[in-house]
Design a protein. Structure first.
Length: 690
């Protein structure tokens, strides 16, 4: 607990002790006056005093408690005898009898507001707790109330469109674990038997040799990872036979808490991890798989090496080892995530910037893992991972997950989720409706037993993309093909590419009696042949690089010929296919050292990152003590960081990053002047020498 919370708890404890002392004093007075009350009981019942004050919320403690409220707390505690003598000299107000008191209390209870009733009930509930428990409970209730207020304020600010988007992109982390789906499909016994077979399979791998044995190496079965939280990972549950090692310096930090409610994160590499990353680049340049495996042997959770060795195992048709290495990579990512990442991910608010190489490794690992889940036919899990990848950058969608997620949703028996994605106003405006989504939404409505919605959606899809319907009819050998779509073919490589990406994948979804009847019925409902727009609605804003990245990762060589040769020429690395032109390098991996010369990016990118860091530091209120020669203590700094919702490690990294950016910009001819060096303000200003 923070020092501020402890002080607040101590204050509440002292207040409660003061009230208890006052209650004891009042009880003592009541005992002394009990005999007098019994003698004058009948007479006092008929007397009413017009100036008697109304009892306070603490009436259960006694009538004198209202007088104590006007006195300073210290005086009431230090001189109770003097207060009693003063009260004895004053004229005593007539007291009510016990019967009258009971009646009045009963009548008062009927007139209580709901708030007072809740307060009284809560007081009774707290009576069985000691002082510390009561103070902590009160503190927790207060904190929850404030948190609820902040949440309500934030929800009121976020637009309805964004709230709809967050609901669509919300990820259920329970569905990220394939074992949960396997258990649901085949029962708990099947999953347990599979777990029992893993050590024997690992032993066979060791006897046969190969990549699996080389990777396992010094990590014999029986050495567990209990201390590293095998079962608490939000992405992948670890296995007992995996190497016992740390993530090697992989971490995550918050980049920005945006005004729309989303939170941007980024994965980070410390100096040790950067050193291993340089060794990885050396192994890639040598084109020697054995060196790569040897590097993984001593760095078992290095992401780039895991991904590369997984591809080597896949080329050798060792799919089991390839999939396990991908799981190990995602397990390492799961251990490195920020403490708030899981919560924001479950709310659809977590974001990653694709321009950062450290983040792109996560994209690549998830994409390849989805392919592994498809081979295992765990479609529900694959759909949840696809939704996770879409939520990381829904507007950009750099891997074009929207060209695949519809089939995963239908195979995973999530038609309503598919309808919600297609109906999202924000996504429709960001990347329109591609042909695969237009057709699959009709199937989703049909599975939801909404025939009218299914016909309406399919009619719009056929009108916009008639060549898709014609190709589906051809693949399903429907004869005769309806005249409205007969002879319709894609125009150009783009349409042909989209047609081949969808129809071969989804033809079995249409190869049912219900789906085929729906398709034929709607096609025959058109009286005239459908020409379709020359440039469909979605193709007008297509990002060729994103589409090319999707084709390359799909590993279908027949589709590569449909890509633009200029884009294919940029494809040089399987570990980072088609990096964006506005790539943001956090550090250089080409040479040793950690100085300003290793800060990558052009001048505009460096200035943009400097501005982001300025906004980060502006959220930290260090008070009047923050200056160049300030005497800010460590405790004061930690309290300020806690108020800003950040950590000391993140603060230190960003401070070092500012200095590196400043030196790098000076090398580029841009002089960065901190106003704080003159007048105490920390905001940076730039002055270009050019």
């Amino acid at each position: 607990m923070s020092s501020r919370a402890l002080r607040r708890a101590q204050k509440e404890l002292e207040e409660r002790q003061r009230l208890e002392k006052a209650a004891q004093r009042i009880e003592h007075d009541k005992e002394e006056a009990s005999e007098e009350e019994e003698e004058e009981e009948e007479e006092e019942a008929t007397i009413a005093h017009p100036t008697t004050p109304k009892p306070s919320l603490f009436a259960l403690l006694g009538d004198a408690d209202g007088d104590d409220e006007d006195e300073p707390p210290d005086a009431a505690d230090e001189a109770p005898d003097e207060a009693r003598k003063a009260d004895a000299d004053l004229p005593q107000a007539p007291k009510l009898s016990k019967k009258s008191k009971k009646k009045k209390k009963k009548g008062k209870g009927k007139g209580k507001t709901p708030e007072l009733e809740k307060t009284a009930a809560r007081s009774n509930d707290l009576s069985g707790l000691d002082e510390i428990d009561q103070a902590l409970l009160a503190l927790n209730l207060s904190a929850n109330a404030k948190s609820g207020d902040r949440s309500a304020q934030l929800t009121s600010i976020i637009s309805g469109e964004m709230q709809q988007l967050y609901s669509v992109l919300a990820v259920d982390t329970q569905h990220l674990h394939a074992a949960n789906e396997m258990r649901k499909l085949f029962g708990r016994a099947a999953v347990q038997s599979g777990d029992d077979d893993e050590p024997r399979a690992r032993q066979r791998h060791g006897q046969q040799g190969g990549i699996a044995a080389a990777v396992a190496g010094r990590n014999a079965p029986g050495r567990n990872l209990a201390s590293l939280g095998l079962r608490r990972n939000i992405f992948i549950q670890g296995k007992e036979e995996w190497p016992r090692a740390t993530s090697g310096g992989l971490g995550m930090e918050v980049v920005e808490r945006r005004s729309d409610g989303s939170v941007e994160y980024r994965f980070i590499h410390n100096m040790t991890y950067q050193s291993v990353q340089r060794q990885f680049e050396t192994c890639v340049a040598s084109m020697d798989p054995e060196r790569m495996i040897h590097l993984l042997h001593f760095n078992p959770y290095h992401i780039s090496t895991l991904l590369q060795v997984s591809e080597i195992a896949k080329q050798q048709r060792d799919n089991a080892t390839a999939g396990e290495l991908l799981e190990r990579a995602l397990f390492s990512f799961g251990r490195a995530v920020h403490s708030t990442f899981a919560s924001n991910l479950s709310q659809g608010k977590a974001r990653l910037d694709f321009r950062r190489p450290e983040n792109r490794e996560f994209w690549l690992a998830v994409w390849r893992y989805i392919a592994t889940l498809e081979i295992r036919a765990t479609w529900r899990t694959a759909f949840e991972w696809a939704k996770l990848l879409l939520s990381m950058a829904p507007e950009d969608d750099p891997y074009c997950i929207r060209l695949l997620i519809d089939q995963l949703a239908l195979r995973g028996r999530e038609p309503q989720a598919l309808v919600d994605i297609a109906a999202s106003d924000h996504l429709q405006r960001a990347w329109k409706i591609p042909p695969n989504l237009a057709y699959s939404v009709a199937l989703a409505h049909a599975r939801l037993k909404k025939p009218e919605e299914a016909r309406k959606s399919l009619r719009l899809a056929i009108k916009e993309y008639p060549w898709i319907a014609a190709r589906i009819c051809k693949e399903l050998e429907i004869s005769p093909i309806p005249k409205s779509i007969w002879g319709k073919e894609p125009l150009g490589d783009h349409q042909e590419l989209l047609c081949q990406l969808y129809v071969p994948r989804a033809k079995d979804l249409w190869n049912t009696t219900e789906a085929t009847s729906l398709l034929v019925e709607v096609c025959y409902s058109f009286e005239e042949p459908i020409d379709g727009p020359e440039t469909p609605y979605w193709l007008a804003d297509i990002n060729e690089v994103d589409l090319a990245r999707h084709v390359i990762l799909s590993d279908d060589r027949s589709l590569l010929s449909l890509l633009d040769p200029r884009i294919k020429a940029k494809y040089t690395s399987t570990s980072d296919p088609l990096p964006p032109d506005d790539n943001i390098n956090s550090y250089s991996i080409s040479a040793g050292g950690h100085g300003a010369q290793n800060v990558g990016g052009n001048q505009a990118q460096l200035l943009a990152e400097l501005e982001r860091l300025r906004q980060y530091f502006s959220t930290i209120d260090l008070g009047e003590q923050m200056n160049i020669e300030g005497d800010l203590t460590e405790d004061e700094l930690l309290r300020a960081l806690e108020r800003a919702g950040t950590s000391y490690e993140e603060f230190r990294r960003n401070a070092e990053r500012v200095q590196l950016l400043r030196l790098r910009l000076q090398d580029l001819g841009v002089q960065v002047i901190f106003q704080g060096e003159d007048d105490g303000d920390r905001e940076p200003a730039t002055d270009s020498d050019g």
